[in-house]
Design a protein around this ligand. Structure first.
Ligand code: BYC
Length: 318
């Protein structure tokens, strides 16, 4: 049982908009939920490299290829900052990776859908990174210092990702009839899964109320989802594409778009591991990890050699 006084003091500290740092006292629940969320976020960045990585060899021009390569590489970097942020909470990175490979750890549902055409790369940059930014801009103000600082850095890169995706969509939507069709097909397939990225509705969200009280989350899942819809509709109109939602309409009284019901059965199935690509994604990560064994061994051996060399030099000097 945690000391009530400590809990109250912690709450006051967070309420005053102070950042919690790694060495500060924190409630066990705060630590646990942060490890859960940051690890899921790190895994999402790493697994998220796969659907786009699938198109690096087939990008339609050298310019598109170099941009896509840089973007996928950025996602790896985001994963690494986030694993480091999780480690500040006392968890071991190998354990987190093992949980991803065993299927125990979650990662964003969005990465369990296939990339069937080049237009999907545009739709991912525009919608998936776009949804991620809406969520992550809000997380820049999260109460845990290392997570908040990682988010500030990540958001800068994500906004470039979003623009390059939208630029692909503009080229396709303003291109030939066949290209416009590809763009519409990509929007049709990525729209609903992008809305699902924000998580279950506020009524169903298990962690929201405690996480909002601790200021880990600054806005609810539904608030952020609404923001994303409101932001995306004018962008879709500019492209001359159609939103795949017959119930979408502007609500003057609310000052927001109303939109149709998300298929929560599909969302739950994908989160449970039964989406179109879940097995293939985890398998690809597991294989990549096994193939990288020699690199890890070499890095550890090199670090040990350097340390021994430094010790020897220090002895000589002393
Ligand atoms: N998919 O109580 P809730 C990127 C889980 S990657 C799967 O609302 P919470 C990019 C949730 O974890 C960006 N699972 O939870 C990379 C919880 O499960 P557990 C990824 C989901 O934490 C490459 C349960 O459902 N962004 O940018 O309060 C290329 C109940 O949910 C999902 C992040 O990870 C989902 N969509 O809120 C391109 C953002 N939604 O642990 C782009 C950081 C929910 O109880 N994470 N679940 O078993 C968050 O902000 C929050 O964790 C969430 C969920 C809003 C996602």
């Amino acid at each position: 049982m945690e000391n009530t006084l400590l809990l109250e003091k912690f709450q006051q500290y967070v309420d005053a908009e102070n950042k919690v740092e790694a060495k500060d006292w924190m409630p066990e629940g705060y630590r646990k939920t942060l490890i859960r969320q940051i690890a899921q976020h790190a895994h999402s960045e790493i697994v998220g490299m796969l659907p786009e990585g699938n198109w690096i060899t087939r990008a339609p021009s050298l310019r598109r290829k170099t941009i896509l390569l840089a973007k996928v590489q950025d996602e790896a970097g985001h994963g690494l900052y986030l694993y480091s942020a999780a480690e500040t909470l006392g968890v071991n990175r190998d354990q987190l990776i093992e949980e991803l490979h065993s299927g125990k750890a979650k990662y964003s549902s969005i990465f369990n859908y296939p990339t069937l055409s080049w237009a999907d790369i545009g739709a991912i940059g525009w919608l998936v990174d776009g949804a991620a930014i809406v969520n992550q801009v809000s997380l820049q103000r999260t109460s845990y210092g290392p997570y908040s600082r990682a988010m500030i850095r990540i958001c800068k890169e994500e906004s470039f990702h979003q623009r390059q995706g939208y630029e692909i969509m503009i080229s396709l939507a303003k291109g030939t009839e066949a290209q416009k069709k590809m763009a519409q097909d990509a929007l049709n397939r990525w729209w609903w899964p992008s809305l699902m990225m924000f998580g279950p509705s506020d009524k169903e969200s298990a962690h929201s109320s405690q996480n909002m009280a601790w200021k880990i989350k600054r806005h609810s899942n539904d608030e952020l989802r609404q923001k994303f819809v409101d932001m995306s509709i004018p962008q879709i109109e500019y492209l001359g594409l159609t939103v795949p939602d017959p119930d979408l309409k502007w609500n003057e009284a609310r000052g927001h778009y109303d939109f149709g019901e998300i298929d929560w059965t599909e969302f739950n199935e994908v989160v449970k591991g039964n989406g179109p690509c879940n097995k293939q994604r985890v398998e690809a990560r597991r294989k990549a990890y096994e193939n990288g064994e020699w690199v890890r061994e070499a890095a550890v051996a090199y670090a040990a050699k350097q340390k021994a060399k430094e010790q020897f030099q220090a002895q000589q000097a002393g």
